[in-house]
Design a protein around this ligand. Structure first.
Ligand code: NI
Length: 173
């Protein structure tokens, strides 16, 4: 497994804005990508990662929302995820993103969603998500369409966020 470089908005905005393409088959090559993505996510550390964040424009997401450092790992894999239904009720959550480091802001999204996706084995799964799971899958599915959580904020907040990441990247360099 390889830890891959995570693309960030200061240098890689054009790639992050790409719309990812559907996966044709869940095969060993795709599982190798998902393994790399999971290790990259744990290393960051983060709770979700879309393939485009490592520069691969495919509709693939990995996630682990288990809480606490000592919690057992609960990796989840999503290939070609779809939202079948979303609640009218919405809920706010303070979101962040590995591609927009050190920026956090509140985003309002449907509180519950029903999902369909292929898992690590390529089986079709349908299930309901709520709470952090619902927040995270909607955030990651946005990435597949080139949408970042800062795109849900005002233009002023978005501009400030990108400027802040760019400034931090200069300082780190
Ligand atoms: Ni993100």
């Amino acid at each position: 497994m390889t830890i891959r470089r995570i693309l960030t908005v200061d240098a890689d905005m054009a790639t992050l804005k790409e719309v990812s393409k559907p996966v044709e088959a869940v095969d060993d090559d795709l599982r190798a990508l998902m393994d790399d993505m999971l290790e990259t996510m744990y290393d960051a550390p983060g709770i979700g990662l879309a393939a485009i964040q490592v520069g691969v424009a495919r509709r693939v997401i990995v996630m682990d929302i288990s809480r606490g450092e000592d919690a057992p790992r609960e990796p989840r894999y999503f290939v070609n995820p779809e939202i079948l239904w979303a609640s009218e009720e919405t809920a706010p959550y303070e979101e962040g993103c590995l591609s927009v480091p050190d920026i956090f802001d509140e985003v309002e999204r449907p509180a519950k969603v029903r999902l369909r996706y292929l898992n690590y084995q390529g089986e079709t799964i349908e299930e309901d998500a709520e709470d952090l799971y619902a927040v995270c899958i909607q955030h990651e599915m946005d990435h597949l369409n080139g949408v970042l959580f800062i795109d849900h904020l005002s233009r002023l907040k978005r501009t400030r966020a990108v400027a802040k990441v760019k400034k931090a990247a200069r300082v780190d360099a």
